[in-house]
Design a protein around this ligand. Structure first.
Ligand SMILES: N[C@@H](CCC(=O)N[C@@H](CS)C(=O)NCC(=O)O)C(=O)O
Length: 204
């Protein structure tokens, strides 16, 4: 299998951490890819995904799985189901938590694109503030859910680690550690895992 990725992508990082935790990383070749808004990558659009987003998992039979959640779900199934509960209330709780963190990560990424990619004269600060508020309110929600932070490893915790790592990477002065001490302690604990440590985004 091949996984398209970039070292700074929080979505690709989630898949990489999951693959390591599931013991599948040796079956996956990491393929660096460059995709960005307003920079058409025709080959990627044609061969991998018309959405031009990474990560994508290219299976040995040529089929492509897109979206980091779907990729993790696929890998989790291959490994016997360790990161996403198989049924019942726990399954829907974890999927829903994960969707919320996915939205928070999307919101941070949109802030990054607005501030770092969009021409200055077209930027809309109120819109950035609104997106940032969604991510921040989401972090507040998880700060107040200590049971999520202390249970056995699952996809919610991996995604939460990745959104916090993305905040460090792109918004190093945002002050999340001071605002969210429980998330800080959780993040420090997660950093003890080799999967988390070796996938930290490089200095921006
Ligand atoms: N829902 C997607 C989001 C993926 C995503 O937004 N990836 C970013 C990189 S971190 C991307 O490919 N951006 C390129 C673009 O939007 O043009 C997932 O979870 O895989």
């Amino acid at each position: 299998m091949k996984l398209t990725f970039s070292p700074g992508s929080p979505f690709a990082r989630k898949v990489r951490i999951a693959a390591i935790e599931l013991g599948l990383i040796d079956k996956i070749e990491l393929v660096p890819a460059k995709v960005a808004p307003t920079e058409p990558n025709e080959q990627y659009a044609h061969d991998i995904s018309p959405l031009r987003k990474l990560p994508a998992l290219i299976l040995d039979d040529g089929n492509v799985i897109v979206d980091s959640y779907v990729i993790v779900e696929y890998l989790d199934e291959l490994a016997g189901g360790k990161l996403i509960p198989k049924s019942g209330a726990a399954r829907w709780r974890v999927k829903s938590e994960h969707s919320m963190i996915q939205g928070m990560t999307d919101a941070m990424l949109l802030c990054r694109y607005e501030v770092g990619v969009r021409p200055k004269e077209l930027q809309w600060p109120k819109w950035v503030d609104d997106q940032w508020d969604r991510a921040w309110q989401g972090l507040t929600r998880f700060e107040n859910q200590p049971e999520v932070l202390s249970r056995p490893l699952d996809i919610t915790q991996i995604a939460l680690t990745c959104v916090l790592g993305y905040a460090d990477f792109r918004f190093p002065d945002c002050g999340w550690r001071k605002a969210f001490p429980k998330l800080d302690a959780f993040h420090e604990k997660m950093l003890q895992r080799p999967s988390v440590k070796l996938s930290i985004p490089p200095a921006a």
